[in-house]
Ligand binder design. Sequence first.
Ligand SMILES: [Zn+2]
Length: 219
Amino acid sequence: MTAVVLHGRAAKTGFEIRQMGPPERRAPRNFAQGSDYIWTQEALFDFKLYSGTEEALWLTKSLLDAQTNEELGALASAYGHVVCGNRFDGGECSLISDYRDRVNDLRRLHDLLQDGHFSESDLPPSGLVYSPFSVGFSYWLVPSEGPRGFAPVLLTHSLYCFVCHEIISLALANRPLLVCKACGKFQRPTARRDSKFCSAKCRVAHHREREKAKILSNG
Ligand SMILES: [Zn+2]
């Protein structure tokens, strides 16, 4: 099988949550005024991440779980921005609400694939197909140690495309990330297919809540 690789760029120097309000007078016009942005330094750190690895799994789970500005910012610093950012103040800025929309698209893809009701390929009347889950890869060669000295890879620079591919691969292999019934975070796919909790701690917490509810309802 041809390897799928994310060739990304990241700052890896942390992030700031910035508000592009009136005090930021130097902010270009295309910034949404008064909105929160994730700002990172210029991305100078090149990295490669292969599909199906532990780190790819960790990244997929972390993105699906990311709720707070801080969690989104930390991922932008480590792996680059999920949405195209504006250049600003020696770095890159992306609108947090755009970022959340993209992460919600990933969650929706995950849910659609679990339900068995995937219908995003319905053709609109115009005949044009647009799906937020369409992914683009380039076919490329990398040096390898085999007898021929090269190997083909499917390469993308887009974190979003890469994570879409991870979610689809997990669903195809029937190893989806399941949601924990107690904390609502995604579980690792090594858990059993019917696993309800991400940890023993969450299992205990859930049962305690249920007992409490029972006592209350019995008055
Ligand atoms: Zn949990």
